[in-house]
Design a protein. Structure first.
Length: 428
């Protein structure tokens, strides 16, 4: 390891241009790995990427690279595809989680805000939030998009409150549709509050004891179609929490843009998603955490067997999705029980890899793919000229296994640079 590497990666007034040569570079946009690649950046943008040496005009008088790193890989910073940023995910105890959620909105906001520099230093440069009812995500979205954004902080994209039926699942992160006279006014209200996308809750959650989704869907196909039309009319994508064969099928038929979770999805539904360009965010991590901590959660016997069966079937669905060409994106549902922010995304990537998703696909989707579909096509998620210099540099080859990304890595963020080894992981 090179303890001086962060300093050598940083842009400074005395050294405003950094010129690296890395052994390999992930070209996530074109889904390929480039060998022996020049990467030049300043504080504001990437100036050059390619096998050829950069033009002298951009080098500020340099004639040799600042760093030649033949054993290192450079890749874009990661984008978390599904997060509940207001929650403290690592906590497993139900009573403590309930007490945390009872805090006032300002306390929740301040704690969520404090996570953003930690996430960026871990290499998670942006995240798509899954909703909260107290406008924590909306405030973070406005903050991180504006001139007062703290340095080295992950960008947040929020739907505001998720939309559910009165008295049905979703009240802890959403508000009911029944607050409004119609769907169009509900969606317009979210957008007026600052929503980056729209989140609906067509179904409930899995009953682990029964091993299935028991509650009927909250929204009919016709209702979901109206949500889709209202969201798309405002150029917002429609994010849908959906599990269970019936509910997932209705979400797809209703024209959602992304199916979140999608447990019990069928092969026929996956084919329809491919044909209709509906993306899938499988979120293995929350269910896997229930298995990993079954003793603490009190799961034994048939319930534990159900959880393991659900995960095995989900893995088979993932393999089918990859084979069919479904656009599988990467999100951990961080903030859920046991799914810590930051480390939960790395674990989700590992679970996807273990379930059969190719490593290159995972890395391309958690960067460029997530940016293209889930954010507002920001100038990051890819290492290309003109994009922001927000990237990871690591000696541990992530193309061999995504688990290598949990080892020490260096994160460049708009001219600053930090080692992940210096980051505290408390309160995530």
């Amino acid at each position: 390891m090179n303890p001086d590497l962060p300093a050598q990666l940083r842009v400074t007034p005395a050294n405003p241009i950094r010129w690296l040569v890395v052994g390999q570079l992930l070209d996530a946009k074109n889904r390929r790995v480039l060998k022996i690649t020049h990467l030049v950046y300043d504080q504001n943008q990437i100036l050059h990427v390619g096998s050829a040496a950069p033009p002298a005009a951009i080098l500020n008088g340099k004639t040799l690279p600042d760093l030649t790193l033949p054993e290192y890989t450079a890749l874009p910073g990661l984008i978390e595809g599904h997060s509940h940023t207001f929650l403290e995910g690592a906590e497993l105890a139900a009573a403590k989680r309930a007490a945390y959620q009872k805090q006032d909105p300002e306390s929740l906001f301040q704690k969520a805000k404090a996570r953003l520099p930690i996430l960026a230093r871990l290499g998670v440069i942006a995240l798509r939030d899954g909703g909260d009812k107290d406008q924590v995500g909306l405030r973070l979205s406005k903050l991180t998009a504006g001139p007062d954004c703290p340095p080295f902080a992950a960008r947040v994209f929020s739907p505001g409150a998720g939309i559910h039926r009165q008295g049905r699942y979703g009240s802890f992160f959403g508000r009911p549709l029944e607050e409004f006279a119609d769907i169009a006014s509900c969606v317009q209200s979210r957008i007026a509050e600052g929503a980056d996308h729209i989140k609906i809750v067509p179904t409930g959650i899995i009953n682990f004891a029964q091993g299935q989704v028991l509650a009927p869907p909250q929204f009919s196909v016709e209702i979901i179609q109206q949500f889709s039309q209202a969201a798309h009319a405002q150029h917002k994508h429609l994010m849908a929490h959906a599990s269970g064969e019936v509910g997932v099928g209705q979400a797809i038929a209703g024209g959602v843009d992304t199916v979140e979770h999608g447990f019990f999805i069928t092969d026929e539904q996956l084919a329809r998603m491919r044909d209709q360009h509906v993306s899938w965010v499988p979120t293995f991590a929350p269910v896997q955490e229930q298995v990993d901590h079954a003793d603490l959660m009190g799961w034994t016997g048939e319930t534990l067997a159900n959880l393991e069966k659900i995960l095995a079937n989900h893995a088979r669905s993932l393999q089918k999705a990859v084979a069919l060409g479904v656009n599988v994106l990467v999100g951990s549902d961080s903030g859920s029980c046991g799914v810590a922010h930051g480390s939960g995304l790395f674990y989700e990537m590992e679970l996807l890899e273990n379930a059969g998703m190719p490593t290159l696909d995972i890395l391309c989707q958690v960067t460029h793919g997530n940016n293209r579909v889930l954010t507002t096509k920001q100038p990051y998620g890819s290492l290309e000229k003109g994009f922001l210099p927000r990237l990871i540099v690591t000696q541990h080859n992530p193309l061999a296994t995504v688990k290598n990304l949990t080892r020490e890595r260096w994160v460049v963020f708009d001219g600053a640079a930090e080692s992940s080894a210096t980051v505290g992981l408390d309160n995530l």
